[in-house]
Design a protein around this ligand. Sequence first.
Ligand code: NAD
Length: 479
Amino acid sequence: MIIQNFINGQFVDPLQNKWLDNFCPADGEIYGKIPDSDHEDVEVAYIAAKSAFQTWSRTTVEDRSKILIKLADLIEDNLERLAEAESEDNGKPVKLAKTVDIPRAAENFRFFAHAITQFSSESHETIGQDAINYTLRQPIGVVGCISPWNLPLYLFTWKIAPAIAAGNCVIAKPSEITPLTSFMLGELCNEAGLPHGVLNIVHGIGQNVGHAIVVHPDIKAISFTGGTQTGAKIAIAAAPHFKKLSLELGGKNPNIIFADCDYENMLSTTIRSSFSNQGQICLCGSRIFIEQSLYNQFKSDFVAQIRRLKVGHPNDENTDIGALVSKDHLEKVLDYVKIAVDEGGKVLCGGEQIILKGFDDGYYMSPTVIEVKSDDCRANREEIFGPVVTIMPFTSEQEVLDIANKVDYGLSATIWTNNLNRTMRLTHAIHSGIVWVNTWMLRDLRTPFGGVKQSGLGREGGLEVLRFFTEPKNVCIKY
Ligand code: NAD
């Protein structure tokens, strides 16, 4: 499988004809090549995008919306094919790709096709001065979208859809670890009638082609999702150019469980919030705090259920936990288990690489629960981003709030309780961009999405992201 760049509606090789290997996490085999693009490819993409912007920015909202809806329909028509590709490229269970990743990619286009028709701007009558102010919300121009490997098409389209709905043209770079479904998106864009040059996709390494997008002087905004350290590098590189920046970064999310919760619902949801997508979701609740009086019961039920999860080949419909995304990532996650043990943690289940019969070189690992004595250990403070959670008891609301807020991250938090007053106190006091109460990852695309502290800058979703992808210009008319 040869993946090519998608520039000006054409599939093209990288100018320097350099290529990278693409690995299949399920068996560790190389199954394709992807372009190792650089700044020259970005420049060609930029010229195409700049030219397309002349027309696209003046295309009516209704016409843009129709194309995005068509693209959403085409993603749905190709659901099986895209889900199989996503699973092959990423290692996630194909059933997850079919039910979550690909439907959501379609929904991203459908949602912003509608949202843009409802996007309005403000006007202010300046009484006493015979003047009226109104605010234009104009597309920015050519923008850059850079996405990670954990939810490849889902997060790639989460950026692209609002950017083009708002009238921008895009240069997008998917993760070099999972390039396949974004490559397939190119052909669907052509089929949907998206004018050439509106979306350009360049593949390659972050420090190389990603950096070239970030420092391109005429790419005016960067929407990035990925690791916190990469986000910091991007912020530094973009600063001298005064670009608009949206940074969606890492998380170390607390899952706080009080004894008065709806136990069965909490238990089944906590299994999901811990291990969905092999724990490789920025929103996973990887620090679990349980009220002391419930601790022993939770620990024994949770571990018993985790042991029943099936680690298997992503194609197997019975698989709960597929392969981790890469060999390097598997090694990083296994290292964290060692670190946790060295710091006094006790592995209650899992913690090991799994060699799957017939797929010996695949990147499999058992779902892991570590009981920690103190929240100060590295396993409890640093993002592991794999099938590893820590558990720890707490005795008071204030204690658990302090612990929850102590880490550098602040993306999401989950609280399980039926006490309304406690819910109100905690949701106000917790340091995170998103709080779920008695649920997890229930998403409404109209809501602001993003984190505080080292989890990011700015918000995606709903009208927030349409504001990001437009430049407000105020006009004051004296009459
Ligand atoms: P990463 O930071 O390594 O890479 C993300 C993207 O940035 C990739 O496309 C990569 O090629 C590119 N990149 C790398 N260095 C770059 C540079 N110097 N300049 C420009 N681009 C560069 O992240 P990852 O390992 O792909 O993804 C995992 C991380 O993403 C985790 O930390 C996870 O929490 C985070 N994440 C956050 C959210 C969120 O919404 N907050 C969602 C998903 C994942």
